[in-house]
Design a protein around this ligand. Structure first.
Ligand code: MG
Ligand code: MG
Length: 248
């Protein structure tokens, strides 16, 4: 069921989204060669709690940590570990925070040191595809308009679209209806209405979009081992478009 959020709910979702945004900003100077991904997880969890919030993903269906940290070919749901970041890695950090029962959700892919030209291309165009998708977010448009725009942009730039994972509604649950696929047909799916809150989150690959799941039953990786990137914002549908809750 898709819910429309009240003014008060949107205020709480705005605070939650802002905490997620500030956590990304807080982590940025630490994303360097040599740091272990579980050190980033600890920093983020402490920061989220210092803001009066809790990490949305920790304990979600048994997920073990505050952050999902996915490196290079890993698409999403990587477990923070003793693994150290290396120069040339790309690292997707997905952050969820819950404030007074309301969630924010945002993922960003970062470069560690100097990365290859093809990884730069992947990051630039996956980030762009998020905003191309968001341009479709306005009352009267439909969910399929978002996916169709992302898919067309990815195709134009010869990037693969991971189809098994989607964006989603956000509210008292970090994942709510509707599903927001990164592919689809224009003019199909639920109609967007003022007060809906959704996360749009393209996951694009340099090679094939085919994926597999690691033995930990969580971490999603590309089948061909080629890099993938993930950019996500939580937004509220406004009277004439959208407002990003997990940005500045
Ligand atoms: Mg996320
Ligand atoms: Mg999400």
């Amino acid at each position: 069921m898709i819910t429309l959020k009240s003014k008060r709910e949107i205020e709480l979702l705005t605070v939650a989204g802002n905490i997620v945004y500030k956590t990304h900003k807080y982590l940025l100077p630490y994303i360097k060669e040599g740091i272990k991904t579980n050190e980033l997880d600890k920093l983020a969890e402490d920061f989220i709690r210092s803001q009066g919030a809790t990490p949305s993903f920790k304990g979600y269906n048994g997920f073990p940590t505050a952050l999902c940290i996915s490196i290079n070919s890993e698409v999403v749901h990587g477990f923070p570990s003793n693994r150290k970041l290396k120069n040339g890695d790309i690292i997707s950090i997905d952050i969820g925070a819950c404030y007074k029962g309301y969630h924010g959700d945002s993922a960003w892919t970062y470069a560690v040191g100097e990365i290859s030209e093809e990884k730069k291309y992947l990051l630039e165009h996956t980030e762009k595809s998020l905003f191309i998708g968001l341009e479709q977010v306005k009352p009267g448009n439909r969910i399929g308009d978002i996916g169709a725009a992302i898919e067309a942009y990815a195709k134009e730039h010869k990037l693969g679209v991971v189809r098994e994972l989607c964006g989603h509604g956000v509210g008292v649950n970090v994942h709510e209806d509707p599903e927001v696929p990164n592919y689809g047909m224009k003019n199909t799916g639920s109609r967007l209405k003022e007060g809906m809150v959704i996360a749009v989150e393209p996951m694009l690959t340099l090679g094939s979009p085919r994926i597999f799941v690691h033995d930990n039953n969580w971490t999603v990786d590309t089948e061909d081992g080629r890099p993938s990137a993930h950019f996500e914002h939580t937004v509220v549908v406004t009277a004439d478009g959208y407002k990003i809750l997990t940005g500045e």
